[in-house]
Design a protein around this ligand. Structure first.
Ligand SMILES: [Mg+2]
Length: 349
């Protein structure tokens, strides 16, 4: 446990008797990491209960985080839901020194002409997506245009479900260590997990199938869902298009019934009304925009966890301000497992 280090602001004075080897200075982020904090009685305690995964974590406001953890615990797991982004959040950013594939990026249509056409769309629209000068409403229209053209090409190019299976098998995509254990813990506590993605639900499900080798009855995917005909060819998409700028709790309604979306028999028990009655949220994302996933949900307490995968030095301040907890350097999911376990633990009377 002594290896667990927690990074925080300088707002709490450092107690004199803490040995210096409990502090480290990381040049990369120019911040101190520490393993101790003061409790209300002015005593120093090891933050084992909110300390996560080695020196890869930072917390902007410890007290606020502790208060939120206490509130969520008090209301119990029956009021909790987890909302998670998929790419770069549940999945690793780097794999064997290379960027991991995204769920969209891994897809090879089995038709080089159409793969190229989708790449051309990416080359045109991606710069617009990241252009900070384009107003949001205008950008949302462009994103919708991009997604619909891409979906059109997938249909026109004759995408088959078999192509999805072989694309996933060949892809460079992997879950963070601890994701299975996180889902298991939440399943055991009947806490639903909604995976929100502007990608393709069918691909994400196939990734779950191939990489986790099991399904979870508490895990649901809110994303663009395909309709295949009896020959296994893609013929249409269900519901409204979910793109990067409308990926939020409203997407549940836009995408159609959850049971329908699940498509297969993984025995999901979640439905929209039960999700909406769960007023505490553990949100996981890797972009500040992912915080919008809880828009449309009238939550009491939200604990947000951000994975800062790239541009760590320049983005650490904004991430620390935006998220309650931030993991860096492609950290594992073990810290979130610990946090979730804390949130689901019974509060003694
Ligand atoms: Mg992401």
């Amino acid at each position: 446990m002594s290896n667990y280090l927690l990074r925080s602001s300088f707002s709490i004075p450092l107690p004199r008797f803490i040995p210096l080897d409990h502090f480290r200075f990381r040049k990369q982020c120019r911040v101190w990491y520490r393993s101790y904090c003061k409790n209300r009685n002015n005593q120093v305690e090891i933050m084992e209960h909110v300390v996560f995964d080695g020196p890869e974590v930072m917390v902007g406001d410890l007290q606020l985080l502790q208060n939120k953890i206490s509130s969520v615990r008090l209301e119990g797991p029956s009021k909790l839901q987890v909302i998670a982004d998929f790419d770069g959040t549940l999945t690793r950013y780097w794999i064997d020194g290379q960027r991991g594939h995204s769920s969209h990026g891994l897809l090879q249509q089995g038709n080089p002409e159409y793969d190229l056409k989708r790449q051309e769309l990416y080359d045109h629209y991606h710069p617009l997506e990241i252009d900070p000068t384009i107003p949001l409403d205008e950008k949302a229209k462009l994103m919708e245009e991009w997604w619909e053209k891409t979906h059109g090409l997938l249909i026109e190019g004759g995408l088959t479900y078999g192509a999805i299976q072989s694309s996933v098998a060949k892809s460079r995509i992997a879950f963070r260590e601890g994701v299975t254990e996180l889902f298991e813990l939440l399943e055991k506590n009947d806490v639903p997990v909604l995976i929100f993605s502007a990608g393709l639900a069918d691909i994400i499900e196939e990734v779950l199938r191939q990489k986790l080798h099991r399904s979870f009855k508490n895990v649901n995917i809110v994303s663009n869902r395909m309709v295949f005909n009896e020959n296994g060819n893609l013929v249409s998409f269900k519901g409204k298009t979910i793109h990067v700028l409308n990926k939020n709790e409203h997407a549940i309604d836009m995408a159609g019934p959850l049971h329908d979306q699940l498509g297969d028999d993984n025995g999901s028990t979640a439905d929209v009304s039960s999700v909406k009655s769960r007023t505490n949220v553990l949100l996981l994302g890797d972009h500040i925009g992912d915080l919008g996933m809880s828009d449309g949900l009238n939550y009491n307490t939200r604990i947000s966890v951000g994975f800062l995968n790239d541009n760590i030095e320049s983005s650490s301040d904004s991430y620390r301000n935006a998220f309650d907890v931030v993991y860096m350097n492609d950290a594992s999911m073990w810290g979130v497992v610990k946090l979730a376990s804390q949130l689901c633990s019974i509060v003694a009377d």
